[in-house]
Ligand binder design. Sequence first.
Ligand SMILES: Cc1cc2nc3c(=O)[nH]c(=O)nc-3n(C[C@H](O)[C@H](O)[C@H](O)COP(=O)(O)OP(=O)(O)OC[C@H]3O[C@@H](n4cnc5c(N)ncnc54)[C@H](O)[C@@H]3O)c2cc1C
Length: 464
Amino acid sequence: MLLKNKLQEIKTLLNSNNILTCEEECYCYAEDASNLIKPTAKPDLVVFAETVDDVRNILKYSYEHEIPVISRGAGTNMVGSCVCDTGGIVLNFSKMNKILEIDSVNMTAKVQPGVVLGDLKAAAEKEGLFFPPDPSNYSVSTIGGAIAQSSGGALGFKYGTIKDYVVSLKVVVSDGRLMTLGADTSKDSVGYHLAQLMVGSEGTLGVIVEATLKLIPKPDEIKAISAYYDDIACCMNAVNAVIAGRVAPAAIDFMDNNAIKAVEDYTKAGLNTNKECLLLISIDGQKSSVEYQTDMVKEILEKSNATEIRISQNPDEYDLIWNARRSSFAAAARLAPDVVTDDIIVPKQNLAQMANICKSIAEKYNLKMCLIGHAGDGNLHPQIALNLENEAEFKNCADARAEMYKEVIGLGGTISAEHGVGLEKKDYIKNVVDSTALEYMIMIKRIFDPKNILNPGKIFNIDN
Ligand SMILES: Cc1cc2nc3c(=O)[nH]c(=O)nc-3n(C[C@H](O)[C@H](O)[C@H](O)COP(=O)(O)OP(=O)(O)OC[C@H]3O[C@@H](n4cnc5c(N)ncnc54)[C@H](O)[C@@H]3O)c2cc1C
């Protein structure tokens, strides 16, 4: 109830009447796609910003009155980065969703933060250009959220993650000042790269109000190769053999038998549910190069004991198999009332070992787990289907996650590759981030946000 008396004042700060105050409506913006973290408060207000000035005015006011501000894109992050546990204002960007410019000469796009990744991809493609970052839910997740969460996706293997596409940003800092970070040039070596500091900052350092993003030429052709294996070690050896074969696939993804079954049941995409695992590889580029690379990969997979190899013959076949892979979260969600998706990464040579450890941990704690991942990156997404209201299952899931992180760290990996920290993983950050580096992160937070109003309590507690 912090803000009700200030409502009239806040309304005068905006050009329009884009505010929700009704408790039930505000509650809808208290959660995100993390099933583990439940809100302990609800926003006092939800503001749908339409202009940079709206954002600046809200932040100036919030700074003066020390009101927490949680920026929000589509609310699809999986770690509780948008979960409300402080009250305050949710700053929603769904109305700042314009693609301001596609510049074919400089190969950049200038966008507002609420632009959906899929819409930018489609707009770029019309100009023969390509915006590669592809979290599986790119049809809903927004540029602001993806930058703030340092999102990746399957194509990260060849094309990197969204951090590799940030050219410059316009950011409003906590006291309402507007900063431009970086230059709209193809290179920039002037001072600290503060735009990169915003990547993965989870709305804790500033509010992104505009982004200039790099585009690349659109590949002429793309093919999907799927190969089935009878055991995980063989499958992961095949991944390393493809990488060692000096082919450059666009993506190398993996699904275990539980995931194959769940996805096939949901999508009817024609997956072979009798096999232990599926390797899914994308090859893109110019037509002749795609044919050459596809043959090379097929040969490597045959030598690595693949039991069945299928190659997509047209875009529909490509979409069928990749849409099936991208729906793995929805498929796992059908197995139990809840699903908890994790995101871990190990050096590639340890991937088979880590995948087997995940399976043993699931067995030990009697949890139903579908294992998928961006195998080419060493990145696994264990998806645990369970009933979170069942105390025993909840505890088992928590214990299993803690054990998994310990093993990941032991194998030289880390606890998040592309989903971020949020509230869900902040207790573990000290186990993976160097203690001096963590001190510096906290100092940076204090400099950018001296009153701790920007998404407070996410990533770490500043009084740690
Ligand atoms: C089914 C499913 C599949 C997914 N698959 C993948 C995947 O393959 N790879 C992957 O990396 N992720 C994946 N994710 C996670 C999700 O896609 C990313 O975290 C996503 O990019 C977040 O976008 P969003 O618009 O929903 O952001 P939100 O969840 O709304 O926000 C995320 C963070 O960004 C901050 N934020 C939002 N807008 C701004 C802004 N304008 N300025 C500053 N901070 C801001 C928020 O405060 C929050 O901290 C998946 C999620 C789901 C539900």
